[in-house]
Design a binder for this molecule. Sequence first.
Ligand code: NFS
Ligand code: SF4
Length: 660
Amino acid sequence: MAKVSIVPSIDPAACGILDYATEMGIQTSFSRAADFKPCTIGNGQSGICCKNCYMGPCRLTKDGQVGICGATADTIAARNLARAIAAGAAAHSDHGRDLAFTLHAVATGEAQGYEVRDEAKLYSVAAKHGIPTKGRTVKEITLDIANKAISEFGQQRGQLSYLSVAPPKRQAIWKEQGVAPRGIDREVVEILHRTHMGDDQDASHILTAAMRTSLSDGWGGSMWATDISDILFGTPSPKVGEVNLGCLEEKQVNIIVHGHEPTLSEMIVTAVQDPELIAYAVSKGAEGINLAGICCTSNEVMMRQGIPSAGNFLNQELAILTGAIEAMVVDVQCIMQSLTGVASHFHTEVITTSPKVKITGATHIEFDEHHALDIAKSIVKRACDNYVNRGETRIPKSSAQAVVPGFSHEYLNYMLGGFYRQSFRPLNEAIASGRIRGVAADVGCNNPGLTQDKAHMDVISALLKNDVLIVSTGCGALAAGKYGYLLGEAGLDKVGPGLREICETIGIPPVLHLGSCVDNSRILTILSQMATEGGLGDDISDIPAVGLAPEWMSEKALAIASYCVGSGAYVIMGVRNPVYFSDGVTDILSKEWEGRFGGKLEFVVEAEEIVKKTLEHIDKKRAALKLPVYDANHFGASGDAATEAYFELPLEEQMAEMYG
Ligand code: NFS
Ligand code: SF4
């Protein structure tokens, strides 16, 4: 087995575990990525491939070449991209649908263990959708919200209800450009239809439909997912948590929840606190039960319950390689099939729980919200039973990094303005004065084709030094957490003085953890409020802000990028341009979309270039708003004054410290 050729991770904890995997001959996504030669046609670098009908597949590798049916490179690139966006939107939205059904079951008293935990959020969501609340019971309002959400998935005409939350100017653009989504499922289905052989064959026209589909995710499925999760489990507010493999416990039963939906994981949080189950764990020789998360499930339970996170996407195999996991409980999305292979070398039991996901070799215990607590308890008990089978462990204990996650739109409003005059004005003013140069959202995945977390941290650290406030979700947020950027005081030595002053005054870390990937909808809500608050124009596209996904890998990331562009944002994705072979489509995403939506999508590989383009865009937007030119020295010496690196010691020295 080839040793990983690029540095696999900037995280010494990950590198140490990967050395062990190499030694033991255990394959991981890191080693496979190093062994693989990615298909250059599939990734758009040297051609483009269509397999939408069985006259093909058609591989176009030369200029001017067309498929058997005559489809051009532009058409094929647009169709492939549109299908990826539809798949990503479907994943987010289906997650939202399941939450809507859980909410419905709560309203009808059929959901064991669940309740409305956040009535204030219930009322505010009702108000957004015109659902009356006066003189009505919580149950009645809950039922109406659940039914409204469920109806939006199957809605055929009109437009999605959340669109009215956007700035009026944005709503007008959607109408004018014909991209206001009519219903959630309808938009996804229409992309599958349009990209079937012999349908829509105009790249721009295909991508306009894809834009509408992505908006049905951001302002539909994902927004419902976020709001219903808040109603059921509480709107996040800052918590103290911990990130990285070091959060695993040597002498306790370790259970990992991995995937995306908070429904079962929240019940497991309840179950691990059950005194009877704790006593059961003790009877098996453990000192207790330790629950940790991976990926977006981790973000969900960390920001609401302070449950530690074992890390982001590329940490899933590494967690099992510690030898310390009794059960890895997975639901949907971003779960590698390799988990069962890695687990076969250890005692770890991989448990699938979603009716939609089975993995050969894993135990399937199907989740049902009507008996959620019973199911959660039986899973926890199984993990305790497995503790006696544990062998040698290698937990990089010192890698555990303290974090403060859980900044919701609601909490920022309260934090900036106080309870009685909630507002975003202080933030807008800080940007207008130039103390904060602008805002960047660093989001998205890890990708084993790159060094884990490096692009995230190169981008984040450089932007912070330039007084750019960062908001973050998904695996990007967990990366920021690992290197100390999600901490109040501690993170501030890495920040330019203007931004630092604001962070100190308001009491926030320089990187604000806003949750999971479906919670990118929170970013839309925040941007909408910033646009309507005054001082930064009157549309999202006026705000000096940029969206970044430097290590993306999933189709969901493409859906998010598109709806952000459609909402007016400039989005830069790293890794590679999947439509590289088609200049036509590359131009539609950047130039044509900018003209129509005020936002654009570009693919930029180098972190340095991403930073440069981000700052240029922020400064361009500042100039358009006639704000003072950003001056690094105005509020003290920015830039070099901040700490240079995200690490104080070189990687090898940190690895040596961690694993002795
Ligand atoms: Ni987002 Fe969450 Fe991570 Fe990427 Fe996957 S966990 S939904 S897709 S890998 S950020
Ligand atoms: Fe080839 Fe056209 Fe069929 Fe695609 S749709 S596989 S380009 S014949």
